[in-house]
Design a protein. Structure first.
Length: 245
């Protein structure tokens, strides 16, 4: 116990991670899942997990359908993390319309797996977390359903790391954003994964580059033939890897 806790008779809540901001920050409103279960926002959804949070409504015909498709595909990239230490939460922006039964049908039609919950609740509790996690300090944007239907918040309660993303976007980019809040991996692992990612980018570029070059020629754009290389940087990286070996 530190001196401040001792003199104020404060007892730390050891049931949640030490780095967590806790229910006092996140709030602990009561929500209902598409499985018709009652859950508390912090205690049941956020505590000790990596949470991927977005807002939507089932009657949306603009951003929501495309955003939900991206999240549906994200499930594959999360693998066995989904439902274990990573969870996806989609909150309704129209709780008066989106009943648990309506959300259950929506979840089923979009292939939601265990670990992905669709939730509704009171207007007050939904607005509270929306303003806590997504507030832009602009009344016109903060009350726009379309703006909030395209936003994604990623939170790791274990280390209080946050990340944001905009939907819709390629699922692999969303998965990369999720990795930003994960614990830092060993140096060798990060180098190997970066090399694998670069190889994938090179393969994709080999397919798209000829079409891109043809498009630029058709538009009369100036071609660049010089290659961007950094031999000094590569030499330094190799030296670092050898030193770590």
């Amino acid at each position: 116990m530190n001196r401040r806790d001792f003199f104020t008779c404060h007892v730390a809540d050891k049931s949640r991670p030490a780095a967590s901001l806790g229910p006092g920050y996140y709030s602990n409103g009561l929500f209902t899942t598409h499985e018709n279960k009652k859950v508390r926002f912090y205690d049941d959804l956020i505590k000790g997990k990596i949470s991927i949070i977005n807002f939507m409504f089932t009657s949306c015909d603009k951003y929501c359908p495309r955003s939900i498709v991206c999240l549906t595909k994200l499930q594959d990239l999360l693998g066995d993390h989904l439902g274990r230490d990573m969870f996806m939460y989609s909150f309704s922006l129209k709780p008066d319309e989106d009943t648990p039964a309506q959300l259950a049908a929506y979840a089923k039609s979009n292939g939601a797996r265990p670990g992905w919950l669709f939730l509704t609740g009171s207007e007050y509790d939904l607005t509270s977390i929306r303003f806590k996690l997504f507030r832009l300090d602009d009344p016109l944007m903060d009350f726009s359903l379309d703006v909030h239907a395209s936003m994604l918040r990623i939170i790791n309660d274990n280390n209080s790391h946050w990340a944001s993303w905009v939907l819709p976007d390629p699922p692999r980019l969303i998965r990369e954003a999720v990795s930003w809040v994960e614990p830092t991996k060993p140096f060798k692992v990060r180098v190997r994964e970066n090399a694998e990612l670069q190889a994938q980018i090179d393969r994709e570029s080999a397919i798209t580059a000829p079409k891109w070059a043809q498009f630029k020629r058709a538009c009369g754009w100036t071609e660049r033939t010089a290659k961007y290389e950094n031999p000094a940087g590569m030499k330094k990286l190799q030296a670092l890897l050898q030193a770590r070996a």
